[in-house]
Design a protein around this ligand. Structure first.
Ligand SMILES: [Zn+2]
Length: 315
C-alpha cells in the first residue's frame, strides 16, 4: 500500500478526573469516567470499528486501574497524560527533575497495568516548556502530541500567552528541536500536532459550537487532500457525563481577574453545553464524516510506524 495516499484520522482521548460541570478535579468524577464515560466511548469505537489512542493521567491509572485495562482488549493504544492534572503541576511550571519523575511514574503505572509499551505522551492542558523534550527522551517516550498548531486561545485557557507559540508551529508531524517542541529539529521526539484552525478541533468545540466543527471538518478534509495532514481529534470520556445535580459552583483557580472571568466563569458556562448523552450523536457524526470519505482510523503510535517515523519493532 502506498502510505502517502492514506488519509489518516487519529482519534485521541484524554482520560482524567476533571469534572466539566463542577470545573474541578474530583475523585467521584474519576469513578464516573470509569463506569459511564469510558463504556460510552468504547461502545462508539466498537460500533464504528476504529482504533484510537487514550492518554491517561497516572492518577487515574493508580486509582482506577480498570479504566486502563478496559481499552487493551479492543486494540487501542495506552499513552500517558502525565501524572497529575492539577493546574500547579503543569509541565510548563514543573522543574526538569519533576517532569522526569511524573513521566516515569505514569509510564510505569500504565505499562504495569496494560502490559503495553507506553511511548506516546500528551501534556495535561497541553502545557509544556523547553525542558519537556529532554525529559521525554530521558524517560523513553518517542511521540508527543501536546502542540496544537494554529490554535489561538489567548486568555481562554491556562498558560494562554505561552501558547502563542502554537501559531507558528508546523502543521504536519515533525521531529522536534531537542529544546523546543514547537519547532522542527534534530531531536528524537516525533511531534504529532493536534488539529486546530484557530479554534481547537476537539470535543468542546463540537459540543458548544457544532456549526463551527462542521465548517472545520470540511476545511480539514480539503487540506488532507492537498498535504495528507492526519486529522487529530481530541475528546474526553468526561464529556459524556452529566453531573448536573446539586449546586454548581465554579471554582476560582487563578488570582488574575481577566483569566478568572474568561478561563473559569465564561468557559465554565459554555463548556456544559451538550454535555452527557447529547454529545453521543454529535461525536458519531464526526466519525461518520471521515469514515464515509475513506479515512483510516488508527492509533498515534501505529501512524508513526506506518509512516516511517518509528521503526516497525515499536508495535
Ligand atoms: Zn487533559
Amino acid at each position: 500500500m502506498d502510505r502517502t495516499k492514506v488519509k489518516y484520522a487519529l482519534w485521541t482521548n484524554d482520560v482524567e478526573d476533571h469534572s466539566i460541570w463542577f470545573n474541578a478535579l474530583r475523585y467521584e468524577t474519576g469513578e464516573l469516567v470509569l463506569r459511564e464515560g469510558m463504556p460510552i466511548l468504547l461502545d462508539i469505537y466498537k460500533r464504528f470499528g476504529i482504533k484510537s489512542t487514550f492518554y491517561f493521567t497516572g492518577y487515574m491509572a493508580e486509582h482506577f486501574p480498570e479504566v486502563v485495562r478496559m481499552i487493551v482488549a479492543d486494540g487501542h493504544e495506552v499513552a500517558s497524560h502525565g501524572y497529575s492534572h492539577e493546574v500547579d503541576q503543569a509541565f510548563d511550571v514543573l522543574p526538569y527533575a519533576l517532569q522526569v519523575e511524573h513521566l516515569r511514574k505514569s509510564k510505569q503505572l500504565l505499562e504495569d497495568i496494560s502490559g503495553q509499551q507506553v511511548i506516546s505522551f500528551r501534556a495535561p492542558a497541553l502545557r509544556v516548556n523547553a525542558d519537556t523534550p529532554r525529559a521525554l527522551a530521558e524517560t523513553g517516550y518517542k511521540i508527543d502530541s501536546s502542540i496544537a498548531s494554529q490554535r489561538f486561545d489567548m486568555f481562554l485557557s491556562f498558560g494562554g500567552l505561552k501558547k502563542l507559540k502554537w501559531l507558528t508551529a508546523p502543521r504536519l508531524p515533525y521531529f522536534t528541536d531537542p529544546g523546543n517542541l514547537f519547532r522542527k529539529g534534530k531531536g528524537p521526539i516525533v511531534e504529532v500536532p493536534l488539529t486546530a484552525l484557530l479554534f481547537p478541533y476537539v470535543g468542546t468545540t463540537m459540543r458548544v459550537f457544532p456549526w463551527l466543527t462542521k465548517l472545520q471538518r470540511s476545511i480539514l478534509h480539503a487540506e488532507n487532500n492537498m498535504n495528507h495532514k492526519p486529522v487529530v481529534f481530541d475528546i474526553h470520556p468526561n464529556e459524556f457525563l452529566n453531573e448536573e445535580n446539586g449546586e454548581r459552583k465554579i471554582e476560582r483557580r487563578t488570582k488574575n481577574p481577566i483569566t478568572y472571568l474568561l478561563a473559569d466563569v465564561l468557559r465554565g458556562k459554555l463548556k456544559v453545553k451538550n454535555l452527557g448523552k447529547a454529545a453521543i450523536p454529535l461525536y458519531e457524526n464526526e466519525i461518520a464524516y471521515y469514515q464515509k470519505r475513506g479515512y483510516h482510523f488508527t492509533t498515534v503510535k501505529q501512524y508513526c510506524i506506518e509512516n516511517g517515523w518509528l521503526p516497525e519493532n515499536m508495535s
